[in-house]
Design a protein around this ligand. Sequence first.
Ligand SMILES: NC(=O)c1ccc[n+]([C@@H]2O[C@H](COP(=O)([O-])OP(=O)(O)OC[C@H]3O[C@@H](n4cnc5c(N)ncnc54)[C@H](O)[C@@H]3O)[C@@H](O)[C@H]2O)c1
Length: 348
Amino acid sequence: MAKYKAAIVGLGDIAVRPVAPAFDPVLGEEEPYSHAAAYALVPEVEVVAVCDIVPAALDNFARLWSHRWPGVRLYDDWRTMLEKEQLDMVSVVTPDHLHADLAVAACEAGVKMLLLEKPLATSHEDAQRIIDAVERHGVVATVNHTRRYGPHYRWALHQLRQGTIGQLSAIIGYYGGPRAMLFRNTSHMLDVICMMAQDDPAWVAAELDKDNQDYGTVYKGDGGRDPAQDPGAEIWIGFAGGLRAYLSALKTNPEEMNIRLIGSRGSIILRQREAELELASGWRVTKQSAPLERFSRSGEMAAIYELIQIYETGQGTTQCPPREAYKTVRLLLGALASNAAGGARVPV
Ligand SMILES: NC(=O)c1ccc[n+]([C@@H]2O[C@H](COP(=O)([O-])OP(=O)(O)OC[C@H]3O[C@@H](n4cnc5c(N)ncnc54)[C@H](O)[C@@H]3O)[C@@H](O)[C@H]2O)c1
């Protein structure tokens, strides 16, 4: 019998997508992308309940996953679910602006581990409520800023900590395409910048995509669906220790992501699924790709194992506790405030 009982709330694609077969059957399947696919590979956890307010989403979950968890109970109200189930772990996979009430209630209901989708929240108040509840109830929590658990990004962080490129002096990135939406997806880029800076952001200056001068200082999106309500942005960040980062995340940029970590002896270039080291000497550059080793854990699966390990040992912190993920929320809301102030630097 599994040691821990889990529930998934919000049954969109990132919650339920089944694993796809690899391009060659010899390789089995691709690594899990969704919460359900990750839980399915962790024998310590049984998904005992799921919740969505849309009946078709519940039906879809049952169709895709009831073979794996035949007894799973389907709820259309997470309050009822929290009352009836004795849950150890909850995945919060509701839309971007609907994480806080559920996360706080789960902490109050005695849930021990939380896997929260990003961004942590879309307002300071909601972010603060989650941080307070998690810390007050001693819940082990991580925010699924996926790259924190991605091998190439962890390789880059390891190189930085080893001093391979010397002292980090700047971070420059770009991101684009129709879904370069500030809260929904650019939040990943801002989180990578915070992860690599290993510092607290002090100020931000930003301009949103054109025609958004009057967007205002409050998130106006619908949780991540309609790109029109969640613009792109150009963002300039100052960290407390003096490091600067610049990110161009406009919808008119190419549909690609790229972050360059610039150090005193070279750079690391991070892309969606690869990373490269460039060491400079006398105008010559030596290049080296991140090793393509395979690991037994990455993505949501690594996050789930990390939650369990920290819960069981009482030691350590997750890769992205809510207080760490709040840095990105501060930058997102700071970007709106700066845009409203004509691109001025604003403290975050
Ligand atoms: N980490 C990643 O790479 C990644 C990728 C995709 C999405 N996400 C995040 O996951 C979250 C969900 O994204 P999505 O694309 O699946 O969104 P979605 O809108 O497609 O699905 C969200 C689901 O939540 C349900 N829901 C809404 N309110 C609810 C409530 N009160 N109780 C129960 N269910 C409710 C909706 O009916 C819907 O089925 C977002 O925060 C998003 O940013 C993260």
